[in-house]
Design a protein around this ligand. Structure first.
Ligand code: DGY
Length: 323
């Protein structure tokens, strides 16, 4: 029997590509440049399975293309706000993602951002590299102490809990959170976490606000001017989730006017375009979407895609089916 044909939209770790080659008739996007809408449409017409990543817009326009051959979208990444799930369901496509394997890695980057923003490591490194370091002195680049402060999580799913784990057990932080889905008592007790009745309550109480909700319509600009204005003056906003949860212009204004102390950002609305205003904010630590970017995690994500495909092609329910 011939192997299913598969199109992979970006370069994947070599170990995963090798496995894919053994099991499938696979085509890679050797250029590793993001595919255009017409190219993605062709992929759905010409392959049994399309494997996109979180930066490919698998929207209605792509999914409604005539004469589709594809039956499954096996996405590389936990987030699936780049896929129009309603359109996928309408077209009878199965959709899978890669949860769990990137939880620790992404929580590590949330803590990296939190610590870097609080302790002004970006400013320090820029100073050193530009040859402007005038030596140790008592008032030089004083940041904010992290230990013992309050971390407020907006959303308390897997990645938020892993961040809370690091913050609570590593830095003695108090954990508060808001989430429309209440976690179990076991989870709450583990981190001695305090549930808040609203996002606003978290914003008013937290020293560090960390975004952990999904992106997409329901959370678009959740952190708008008004809500950013509810944060404490000395507080920091950390985002390792999705860029469009924050109104960039409102955040830049708050950073410039110092109505909050700083921000640590791994994701941006409209990325990889960066609102140039961020570059004027010394109090912002900026990373290029590195949340899951460890060698081990990226291999695990790819292998998880393979597991989902394997289940599908063996007439089993894929473990990570989201549509
Ligand atoms: C995801 O998987 O959704 C991340 O944003 C990429 O690491």
């Amino acid at each position: 029997m011939s192997k299913p044909t598969v199109l992979v939209t970006r370069k994947w770790p070599a170990e995963v590509e090798a496995e894919l080659k053994i099991k499938y008739d696979v085509t890679f996007n050797e250029s590793d440049v993001a595919m255009t809408i017409p190219e993605l449409q062709k992929a759905f017409q010409n392959y049994d399975c399309v494997c996109p990543t979180v930066t490919d817009p698998i929207n209605e326009e792509v999914l409604s293309v005539e004469n589709k051959k594809a039956k499954i979208i096996a996405s590389f990444g936990v987030g699936f706000n780049h896929i129009d799930l309603d359109a996928a369901k309408k077209e009878g496509l199965v959709v899978t993602n890669t949860p769990e394997v990137l939880t620790a890695c992404t929580a590590d980057i949330a803590m990296t951002l939190l610590l870097s923003a609080a302790r002004r490591t970006g400013e320090g490194e820029r100073e050193l590299r530009s040859g402007e370091w005038a030596g140790w002195r008592p008032t030089h680049l004083r940041g904010t102490q992290v230990t013992g402060k309050t971390l407020g999580c907006i959303g308390f799913g897997r990645i938020a809990q892993a961040t809370a784990d690091r913050a609570h057990f590593g830095f003695g932080m108090k954990i508060i959170f808001s989430d429309p889905y209440m976690p179990s008592d076991e989870v709450i007790n583990k981190y001695s976490a305090t549930p808040c009745s609203s996002v606003e309550e978290v914003l008013e109480k937290a020293d560090f606000v960390s975004i952990h909700c999904p992106g997409g319509e329901s959370t678009y600009h959740l952190m708008n001017k008004e809500r950013i204005g509810m944060m404490k003056k000395g507080a920091y906003l950390i985002n390792s989730a999705r860029g469009d949860v924050i109104d960039n212009d409102a955040l830049i204004e708050a950073l410039k006017n110092k109505t909050i102390a700083g921000a640590g950002l791994d994701v941006f609305e409209g990325e990889p375009e960066l609102n140039p205003g961020f570059l004027e904010c010394e109090n912002a630590v900026l990373l290029p979407h590195l949340g899951s970017a460890s060698i081990e995690t990226r291999i695990a994500m790819g292998m998880r895609v393979l597991e989902n495909m394997e289940a599908y092609y063996n007439n089993k329910e894929p473990g990570d089916r989201v549509a």
